[in-house]
Design a protein around this ligand. Sequence first.
Ligand code: UDP
Length: 458
Amino acid sequence: MKDTIVLYPSIGRGHIFSMVELGKLILTHNPSFSITILIPTPPNSTTIEATTFGCDSSITFHHIPIPQPPSGTAVSPLSLIFHLTRNGNHNLHHVLQSISKTSNLKAIVLDFLNYTANEVTTTLDIPTFYYYTSGAASLCVLLYSKIIKQRKTEDSCNYLEIPGFPRISKEELPSYPEELENIFRDISANMSDCDGIIINTFNAAEERSIKALQEGSCFPDESNPPPVFCIGPVISVPGGEKDENECLSWLESQPSQSVVLLSFGSLGRFSKTQLKEIAIGLERSEQRFLWVVRSESDEDSLEDLLPEGFLDRTKEKGMVVRNWAPQAKILSHDSVGGFVTHCGWNSVLEAFSEGVPMVTWPLYAEQNLNRVVLVKEMKVALALEESENGIVSATELGDRVKELMDSEKGKEIRERVLKMKVSGVEARSEGGSSYVAMNRLIQLWKEKDHLSVLSPNT
Ligand code: UDP
């Protein structure tokens, strides 16, 4: 029977693609493993074809049907994700049992958002690892459950002290609703008790945070942290997207490092008011731009969303793409010299890998934490400030874009991010920190023995 590693990503494109890349990476370090990827599939979701991932037959895909939870179960979209996963546990149990009958299941790697699957893997006694698709610094915050108390303490100290994370004020890290606080506490307890945590980051980028994780200071039980494997940067470059040729051929006609890309992940959407401010700011900045526009309603045309005449006036300098563009390929193009990003971790790693400096505009999830690290600790980005009404003004956007593309400070940021690019390549090369961590993980898996799944009681 073949030694098999099962990977279970969370729903969401960024999470699935990152996990698939992890699968490919495992195989480059140990081609004798077989990899099975379980794709959680809620009702009415579009199934992603295996060919999209560019994998060969050494990776097998299974869909795990996820029944819809009863309406009213979850309050926020994020908590809905946790409820969805738990709902898929019954199907997961079946699939894992059947995999165990035909292969030697060495370990399962869960996306941290799928932590409720731990109920199944514990019952089946399968060695359980977590894959954290974001950076080590935000993981320190997620794990450090004492923060919940710190936030609520009414004292004169307005700052939060979190091991492995820059000192920040309470306003910078607002409290979550109680429902999410409880979920995060559960995640922290689960991850603390697992067989290992794999993180898509590398030592040179997040040394301080990685040290805090390795020493255990952010875990609930500091004395007994699980092993941590920083194996990144793991980047996915899917092919064959719509608009690919148009964007890339437009970039061909632009001068080197002259274009700023504005792209906001798979979920980032803006109101008409905000889109108009961005457009005015871009025009005022006089910089070349490639802007992926996603609005609150897909019905609106670009002409409806943008200021009158904008597309015509900027056609020499800018390109506007509706909804989706091949971001990783765009960032790798020599004409791109800056990136206004929502700070999703995949986007950040793509920028690192191409040495592209950033302007940060966090929108959801842990992106605000990534912003703090990019701006304060790594100093590879400029921060955008929102006005009190939550809008980023045209002036602010235009000024930051200009500063990034055309100032001494922008130049310094570019130099730092170029160093990050080199360290990322070194980390993944033979003998580098991520390469060594991956080999350590493979060795650990080889030594794992898992037999109890076939017991009739499971
Ligand atoms: N992406 C893309 N085109 C787009 C928007 C996003 O190719 O128009 C890709 C991007 O390159 C990245 C992923 O989708 O690989 C988004 O992941 P990230 O972690 O940055 O953000 P999320 O979507 O998870 O918030």
